[in-house]
Design a protein around this ligand. Structure first.
Ligand SMILES: Nc1ncnc2c1ncn2[C@@H]1O[C@H](COP(=O)(O)OP(=O)(O)OP(=O)(O)O)[C@@H](O)[C@H]1O
Length: 316
């Protein structure tokens, strides 16, 4: 196997932990994100996605472990390295009192490699006038202007925290196309977190699943789908109860009189296991990324009341 030099990773964390009292936002996270491509980070609410971005951008000091971005420690990022990173967060923060034209001019002065054509192209999808004040923009317009500014910086690495939240269908499409263009033409690495699985399925080359601050999975989205199989069968009630307790069972759902069972890391012979439980009319079907990821996250989510697995009791 070829050994990869450190600089081939845009992000490297080693046993990274961020703890608030008894709560872990990030727990012993060792992650290497290769240069190039579009990397999607997914996880349930509170999984640690924004916390990871805050540590990577040097906004937050971790409790322990280390984090590097573009080959520099996140604890001591130089202005030069910061200038090579674009960041768009879900709040799309800009000074409320400023006019958009002035915000853009300020950014243009700050980034020597500013690409005005790229800004105009992306911002052109949104009907924003330079004389409008930031406070007057809709959520989607703010998102669009922020992305346009981030892309115009010609960043080597673009980090986006739920960037398409609040965008309409047309704006979302324009946004994703701009991302793919930037990734393919400028070889910009994109790290993107979102709950929108259909978008991820469309644009991401690499899927990173975080759960309660820990790395649960990293591969191409298709490879993750291959780990999950969907079985549909007529199952007696006692078998449903017995299957719920099995570790490979991610999700059991009754639909149109048949039971749908999502299974993790079992081969094509799993039908025989179901038959052993008294299942009849057993069939296997392809599973979408959305269903596969949601099944994994639902199993271990803090409150899967119906599934009963992974349930966490909290003492208030
Ligand atoms: N200042 C804080 N004090 C205590 N706990 C915090 C603090 N900031 C974050 N957390 C906790 O850390 C965990 C990770 O939060 P984070 O915002 O990174 O999650 P996320 O994956 O971005 O979630 P979402 O998808 O809901 O935006 C959460 O459980 C959150 O409650």
């Amino acid at each position: 196997m070829r050994s990869i030099a450190a600089s081939e990773y845009v992000v490297e964390t080693e046993a990274l932990t961020l703890q608030y009292g008894r709560k872990f936002a990030l727990k012993d996270l060792s992650l290497r994100v290769p240069r190039g491509r579009i990397h999607a980070i997914v996880g349930a609410n509170g999984a640690g996605k924004s916390s990871l971005f805050r540590v990577l951008l040097g906004f937050q000091t971790p409790s322990s472990g280390s984090a590097r971005i573009l080959d520099q420690s996140c604890a001591q990022l130089s202005p030069e390295v910061r200038g090579r990173i674009g960041f768009v967060n879900d709040e799309h923060t800009m000074p409320e009192w400023m006019r958009i034209g002035d915000v853009v001019a300020m950014q243009r002065r700050q980034y020597p490699q500013w690409d005005q054509a790229r800004f105009d192209e992306t911002a052109g999808h949104f009907n924003v006038l330079p004389e409008q004040k930031v406070a007057q923009l809709s959520r989607g317009e703010r998102a669009g202007i922020n992305l346009a500014m981030a892309l115009a910086q010609s960043p080597e690495l673009l980090i986006l925290d739920e960037p398409t939240l609040g965008l309409d269908v047309v704006a979302k499409r324009a946004f994703l196309e701009a991302l793919m263009f930037c990734n393919s033409v400028d070889a910009c690495t994109i790290i993107y977190c979102s709950h929108q699985m259909e978008e991820i399925e469309r644009v991401a080359d690499n899927l990173i699943i975080l759960e309660r601050g820990e790395l649960k999975h990293m591969s191409a989205p298709d490879e993750f789908c291959e780990r999950v199989s969907l079985w549909v069968a007529d199952l007696p009630a006692a078998a449903v109860t017995a299957l719920r307790a099995r570790p490979e069972v991610l999700l059991l759902q009754k639909l149109d009189g048949l039971v749908h069972v999502l299974i993790l890391d079992r081969d094509a012979q799993y039908g025989e296991v179901l038959t052993g439980f008294g299942a009849r009319h057993v069939q296997t079907m392809p599973v979408s990324l959305d269903r596969a990821v949601n099944a994994l996250l639902t199993r271990d989510h803090a409150a899967p009341a119906e599934e009963g697995a992974g349930h966490v009791r909290t003492q208030w």
